[in-house]
Design a protein around this ligand. Structure first.
Ligand code: PGA
Length: 253
């Protein structure tokens, strides 16, 4: 599968940044044999889509959605609304949502259903906390999140983001990433069958930078990356996208 490189802007960005990134990504995207996506804050999706234009290969996504299609839910956004303004993806269950908003696996599973009904590709995030890894419980925690967050008809993307690697500049070893991604693939295959599991892109996220992107992207079972901080600098984001191509020719780790 083509590498999938997703930028998660979190609660950052301005209209000026949108204009700059739309121009830079449009200029680079057609020459790059990778799938590029950006998930900006909700108010920036529509202007981003307008700047990219209808034919752009660059995809847009939201960072969350509500499980219902509409209703009395002040401050929330429905998957259909994201779709209407130009998103085709949505990040769900990011650890910052689980932490800041107390999101449970059951809620995330409901949101995945809403995303699918609206025609959005969900990117479901899983990952252990540092104490859980130190206690040797990383696979148990991630396995539990997978079991609880994915509906039986799941189709979409999984992002493995160890919580302790997000925004810290620390990353797991290549071996640890490979081991967790093998575990993800095996767990998905046990539930959905090998063919369906094999078609689910598995992203790594957590302190991905231009300097470590080739190493991470050449890791077995890593189909792409979810990039936070470095995605806010268009040169860095594009350097990471180019790293996905270099990684193809590097011996796999
Ligand atoms: P980071 O964030 O790249 O800034 O570590 C990744 C994420 O939270 O998706």
């Amino acid at each position: 599968m083509r590498p999938l490189i997703v930028g998660n802007w979190k609660m950052n960005g301005t209209l000026a940044l949108v204009a700059e990134h739309a121009a830079a990504l449009t200029a680079a995207a057609s020459a790059l044999a990778v799938d590029l996506a950006v998930c900006p804050p909700f108010p920036l999706i529509a202007p981003f889509a307008a700047q990219l234009g209808r034919e752009s290969p660059v995809r847009l996504g939201g960072q969350d959605c509500h499980p219902e299609a509409q209703g009395a839910h002040t401050g929330d956004v429905a998957a259909e609304m994201l779709r209407e303004v130009g998103a085709s993806l949505v990040i769900l269950g990011h650890s910052e949502r689980r932490q800041d908003h107390g999101e449970s696996d059951a809620l995330i599973r409901a949101k995945v259903g809403a995303a699918r009904r609206a025609g959005l590709t969900p990117i479901v995030c899983v990952g252990e906390k540092e104490a859980e890894r130190e206690a040797g419980r990383a696979e148990e925690v991630v396995g539990g999140q997978l079991a609880g967050s994915l509906p039986d008809d799941f189709a979409g993307v999984i992002a493995y983001e160890p919580v302790w690697a997000i925004g810290t500049g620390r990353t797991p070893t290549g071996e640890d990433i490979a081991a967790m991604h093998r575990f993800l693939r095996k767990t998905l295959a046990a539930r959905f069958g090998a063919a369906r599991a094999g078609a689910i892109p598995l992203l790594y996220g957590g302190s991905v930078k231009p300097a470590n992107a080739v190493e991470i992207l050449k890791t077995a079972e890593v189909d792409g990356v979810l990039v936070g901080g470095a995605s806010l600098v268009s040169d860095d984001f594009l350097a990471i996208a180019r790293a996905a191509l270099l990684a193809r020719f590097a011996p796999s780790g």
